[in-house]
Ligand binder design. Structure first.
Ligand code: DX5
Ligand code: ZN
Length: 218
């Protein structure tokens, strides 16, 4: 069964606790936290203080997506704040292997992400070391963008390598996910679907999550 990670970037921040509790009760599997620094991406969002504040309001694992330069400097802080999974961008890491080991040394799960224009070959060597591969299906920075079709082939290639090399990392997709794009992604091998506007933009969050979960069977 595909897992759903609602991105709180599209939540109402004035009532973040309620928003998180609502999607947890609606069947979410993770809470996706988009951390942006205004350098790696042209937007500034959430820092470790917010991760720390939301940790006690949910039993779901916090899936922290770092869209920041120099992630090494902040990994320990996010780990202590309550992240369960910490994902860094290949494009932001000079020494990706070192960064992944640093995440693992905190006892957290380690993920690696690539932007739409980054070829999958850039993360081929690190695949045996990661718990999660996050394929960006939009250019990171904002919620509510349209899914980029060319990214489907990248999901398929990562899933193919996983099988060939007998690896067990999970494949997550992020950006422009709705009930229509979810179908293609899960058919291509995605295990976790991040969705912001398609969940928090809807009144009935349970229905929105159910529709995305069932997309594969459409
Ligand atoms: C984009 C973020 C996404 C974003 C997804 O940079 O990483 O997690 O919140 O939002 P939607 O689902 O609206 O495209
Ligand atoms: Zn994200």
């Amino acid at each position: 069964m595909v897992k759903i990670a609602p991105s709180i970037l599209s939540a109402d921040f004035s009532k973040l606790k309620n928003e998180i509790m609502e999607v947890e009760h609606a069947g979410a599997d993770y809470i996706h936290v988009d951390v942006m620094d205004g350098h790696f991406v042209p937007n500034i969002t959430i820092g470790p203080l917010v991760v720390d504040a939301i940790k006690p309001v949910t039993t779901l694992p916090l899936d922290v997506h770092l869209m920041i330069e120099n992630p090494d400097s902040y990994i320990e802080t996010f780990a202590n704040a309550g992240a369960s999974i910490i994902t860094v961008h290949q494009e932001a890491c000079k020494h990706l292997h070192r960064t992944i080991q640093l995440i693992k040394s905190t006892g957290k799960k380690a993920g690696v992400s690539i932007n739409p224009a980054t070829p999958v070959e850039m993360i081929k060597e690190i695949l045996p070391d990661v718990d999660l591969v996050l394929i960006m299906t939009v250019n990171p920075g904002f919620g509510g963008q349209s899914f980029i079709d060319g990214t489907i082939q990248k999901i398929e290639q990562i899933a193919k390598w996983r099988k060939e090399k007998n690896l067990s990392f999970e494949i997550e997709v992020d950006g422009g996910i709705n009930e229509h794009t979810a179908k293609e992604c899960t058919k291509s091998g995605a295990d976790i679907l991040v969705a912001g506007s398609a969940i928090f933009g809807k009144k009935d969050r349970a229905l929105a999550i159910e529709k995305i979960k069932q997309a594969k069977n459409l």
